[in-house]
Design a protein around this ligand. Structure first.
Ligand SMILES: [Zn+2]
Length: 204
């Protein structure tokens, strides 16, 4: 039998979410249909705001919301009290949040968005170029880059490529990595604060 077109469309969109297959997506669509009107209205409004009001920081890529159309930086990058010569490179937004939660890091961040598995792919080149451009143009000059990538094989490979590219700049920038403590193969996002503070303070 044929499903209503709009239902099929929603189901198809949901199935693109990570971890959701077509069958679960369809089940979710039926679930949403059964919810009361208030929930549906709220759902629609939230997603509308989410997709239209949030901007990504021009420097670090972290999402932020502002009434000022000309604002291009998130609150961290705008914060004059933070150390703008210290740059912590992370894979994703949730890694940034985990590090922020320690209250021990006062520098800036750079979110890669994804790890580099093939240095020759267009995606990887874009990621690398964006970071290098930022390091070159940052004022004040960046003194230290902390590669805070999860100690997985992809994370290590990414750190290797980033280190090589930053060294090639010959800008006399210290490159450090988090100290051991985060279990091999473990993810920064799930590290507890104490482990992360030790890893940050013992970085080398
Ligand atoms: Zn930012």
């Amino acid at each position: 039998m044929e499903l209503p077109k709009s239902l099929e469309k929603v189901s198809k969109i949901l199935s693109r979410l990570p971890g959701l297959g077509p069958r679960q997506a369809l089940r979710l669509s039926f679930y949403l249909l059964r919810q009361d009107k208030n929930y549906q209205k709220d759902f629609l409004e939230s997603f509308n705001n989410f997709f239209t009001k949030i901007k990504l920081c021009q420097e670090c890529s972290f999402p932020f919301e502002t009434m000022n159309d000309n604002e291009t930086l998130c609150s961290i990058c705008r914060d004059k009290k933070r150390d703008h010569t210290l740059l912590c490179v992370v894979e994703k937004e949730t890694d940034l949040l985990t590090i922020e939660k320690t209250n021990k890091y006062q520098g800036l961040y750079h979110i890669l968005g994804r790890l580099i598995n093939d240095v020759n792919s267009e995606n990887s080149k874009t990621i690398l170029l964006k970071l290098i451009k930022r390091i070159k143009e940052n004022k004040p000059k960046i003194k230290e880059v902390i590669l805070a990538l999860s100690p997985t094989s992809e994370g290590n490979l990414t750190a290797y490529y980033l280190e090589k590219a930053i060294k090639n700049l010959k800008m006399d920038i210290k490159i450090t990595k988090l100290a051991r403590g985060i279990p091999q193969g473990g993810e920064i996002e799930f590290a507890d604060s104490e482990t992360l503070i030790n890893a940050l303070e013992g970085r080398k």
